[in-house]
Design a protein around this ligand. Structure first.
Ligand code: FNR
Ligand code: 8K6
Length: 355
């Protein structure tokens, strides 16, 4: 292991950053949301999860693994929830430990939409924008093939909006500094924003304003409940996961992003695994496209190293960098980068345990 001082070229990553008047981050690193499937049978965070997050408190902001807002939101085993008192109490231990170590933490609020499976919630409907199913089965549970979702009725939509707001309220009760609404990666909110999954002909489909309506209603309801300073949003304008690309999606996001900008939320975060991916209909990278259409705080992500992130921030491509897999492999990622200590390389086998 070699030790040296932080290269000057990385110094911008260690500058503080004010999201708004109420939240200032100690550095430019976010820990990306990372599903680990390690909550207990009641979807309550465990002591191992408390220790896992506490070890990573040097990140300017931790975004937790995606956390379901209600039972029918679940699509993977042992993903934590934030809708019971036991879950809120479990998360309180996590937030207390992160705060004791000087960190900040937002919870990622999740409904998997058409990626949900009734196996996890005792049967019943899988809700999505339209009855367009995805192929395949739940990872590691191959007998559970995905089902055709039920298009959410207007009543279902009102209930969902209410439940996102309630989950945000629960998050504040659990001691979180804020929430990141999961509007990315092909899950519920994203199914409204893309033509592949939204075939509706009512006021939630067919036009950019209609297709943006559900996402904006969720944002507005969460903002009304906990405040814009404590509300972030993750989006995937480029379809890449459980979603087929459609060039008409561009108009949806052309409409959606300025609407979002007027809400003045804490940040927008790209949902992507590799930001070098280019999307024809976005004219390049998802992050460049969002930067051009959204003038407020942007979080970049997707196969960045500290070096490439530092360069991208210096070139004003985004303001903050989220780090995912390297943070699984290196609980002390931020200290290693700061001190010039070599990183442990990530491998998929590391997902088997929480370190
Ligand atoms: C993820 N990612 C992810 N994204 C999200 O919005 N919510 C989540 O719960 C998860 N879960 C998750 C689990 C695992 C094991 C991986 C590898 C990824 C995506 C993640 O936040 C990030 O966008 C990517 O990992 C790309 O960043 P890195 O890993 O290249 O720094
Ligand atoms: C038991 C299941 C654990 C679920 C983890 C959910 C996180 C998703 C990680 C899956 C990787 C998907 C990669 C898609 C990348 C496409 C890039 C072109």
């Amino acid at each position: 292991m070699t030790t040296q001082t932080t290269p000057n070229s990385l110094a911008n990553l260690f500058e503080t950053y004010s999201l708004n008047d109420t939240i200032t981050l100690n550095n430019r690193f976010l820990m990306a949301p990372l599903t680990r499937c390690m909550a207990d049978a009641d979807l309550v965070p465990t002591y191992d999860m408390v220790a896992y997050y506490a070890r990573r408190a040097e990140a300017g902001l931790i975004i937790t693994e995606a956390t379901i807002i209600r039972p029918d939101a679940q699509g993977y085993p042992n993903t934590p929830g934030i809708f019971t008192q036991a879950q809120i109490a479990g998360w309180r231990k996590v937030t207390d430990a992160v705060h004791a170590n000087g960190g900040k933490i937002f919870v990622q609020l999740w409904h998997t939409g058409r990626v949900a499976h009734p196996h996890f919630f005792g049967g019943g409907d899988v809700l999505a924008a339209s009855a367009q199913k995805i192929e395949g089965s739940v990872p590691r549970m191959r007998e559970l093939t995905y089902v055709t979702p039920k298009p959410a009725t207007l009543e279902d939509i009102q209930g969902l909006v209410r439940d996102y707001a309630k989950a945000a309220e629960n998050a504040i009760e659990a001691g979180f500094d804020g929430v990141e609404i999961h509007g990315a990666n092909g899950y519920l909110i994203d199914t409204f924003l893309h033509h592949d999954s939204n075939r509706r002909t009512d006021e939630y489909g067919g036009t950019p304003a209609n297709m943006s309506r559900f996402a904006l209603e969720v944002v507005d309801a969460v903002v009304a409940r906990i405040g814009k300073d404590r509300t972030g949003l993750r989006i995937s304008p480029g379809a890449y996961f459980n979603m087929a690309a459609d060039s008409r999606d561009r108009e949806v996001f052309d409409y959606f992003l300025p609407e979002l900008e007027s809400r003045d939320i804490a940040f927008v975060h790209i949902g992507i695994f590799d930001d070098s991916m280019e999307f024809d209909y976005l004219g390049g990278r998802a992050s460049s496209y969002v930067r051009a259409h959204y003038g407020k705080t942007l979080v970049g992500v997707g196969s960045y190293s500290a070096e490439t992130a530092s360069e991208a921030i210096a070139a004003n491509k985004f303001d903050l960098i989220a780090i995912g897999r390297p943070f699984i492999a290196n609980p002390d990622y931020v200290a290693r980068v700061r001190d010039g200590v070599e990183l442990v390389p990530y491998s998929d086998e590391m997902l088997a345990s929480l370190v």
